[in-house]
Design a binder for this molecule. Sequence first.
Ligand code: PLP
Length: 519
Amino acid sequence: MVRSDYSWIYPSQSDNKADDVGTTAYRRLYHGIRSAILDGRLHPGERLPASRDLAKSLGISRNTVVTSFDLLTSEGYLETRVGAGSFVASTLPDRDMQTGDHSSCKKSQTANDRPIRLSQSATRMLTYQRRFARFRVARPFTPATPDLDAFPFDLWARLLRRSWRAPDIDLTIPDDPLGLPLLRSEIAKWLRQSRGVNCTADQVMIVSGAQQALDLAARALVDPGDIIATEDPGYEGIRGVLAASGAVVQPITVDEDGLDIDGLAQTPSPARIVVTTPSRNYPLGTTLSLARRLALLQWAQDNDAWIVEDDYDSEYRYDGPPLSSLQGLDTDNRVIYVGTFSRVLFPGIRLGYLVLPPALVPAFRGIRGFADGVPAPTTQAALGTFFAEGHFGSHVRKMRLRYGERRSHLKNLITVDASDILSVMPSDGGLHLCARLIGDQDDIKCRKPWSRRTLIVVHCLHISTIPGQKVGRNPCAVLCLVSPDGKKMCFRKVSVNWSEPSDVSLDVPRARESGTTSL
Ligand SMILES: Cc1ncc(COP(=O)(O)O)c(C=O)c1O
């Protein structure tokens, strides 16, 4: 028997959750009939009205009905019997039919509520994610953020357009997980000239940033239980990636000469990888001394370990030319050099690179092939041309001057305005400045009034690997900062960045005003 009213079978646009705005009429009818079959409102074997009648009663075209019926028939929900019309199939394709209530909303709700058992690797990684937040605060002196107003986006757009205008096979069907040859050779040239990196383009792999570089290194070289040594303080953004590998992430202290190499000898077993920022520790800004560089290379050789040199913003050294890389000193092919364009250009470019010891290239290439292939080739092509036409070099030179001026200005302001409460730590470059809070300033208490009244963001450096631990070398510098989400974390510095023009003034509330107490 055919029912007289079928209006319920044709959901209105807003009722139809399965397809959103813009759903064509046939799709809506298809979903209506399908749901009715699945939740039992239409029974197996039940006859549907003739397409002409249904179209008329729903006020839609017959074509729409025929197209929906065709689709439902080809998916097995309907059967056509010659001369008799369309029927709900007696055997239905969807296994959910057997379970009674089949409303698609209920189904997805149940699926959403089901507890998910994540892998140990994901659980470890997510633990770190909670502590790490990228800075997107639109304020001056926000750490790790370049001055985006100074980037030549018009030129960048032209280069991107140019890549698309006559894309060759490398752009449309890329097949080398190392990345685009043009960009790799430009990076190799730049690194040889400006950083003393010992490499050819064949050792360069383009990645989506330093984090991916670290992820690949951990996948390639680390087994669960191995030790990865990292700097403490150091960049929290990489820790989740390292911990996900199942390795034990072992923090090693950084002092005014950089990573404490003696600390490497104290780990329960020799670290398999040491991740270090020899040019400039993030966030303290200290440089690894020559004696320690040589000791680190020797340690790696003695312990058959790898060193990952994270050279995240070495382009910006203001007191002289960029320092030579650790990789350039390495004679035993132990250093994996990592660079990123996040700071020197802009974070959303999502491009960085690895310079691999030749023996590691085949393994990394193979692993990369199973990861994400390569970053978008057109962006790589645009960046390759940006280098080849000299724009990268001029951008770096322009920004080095600009940031250098801002840094001097900021240091002067601190000297004039705030030398009783802030003591700038020595550092020769980078995109931020670290200062100790002097005396009994409590960073938790001064953070809010400072952020309200001044252009300085007192922020949590989300750094220490060991929350809650106080660093004892300089008791008055051991401070607790709060993270942007208000969680208390252990750290002991205030960091300021200079991504704004230098017409800032420091109107820093004094301890008395901000109601701080001693630790
Ligand atoms: C020490 C360090 N390494 C790497 C990066 C950049 O990571 P990515 O290239 O994944 O953006 C940053 C960014 O702030 C950093 O501070």
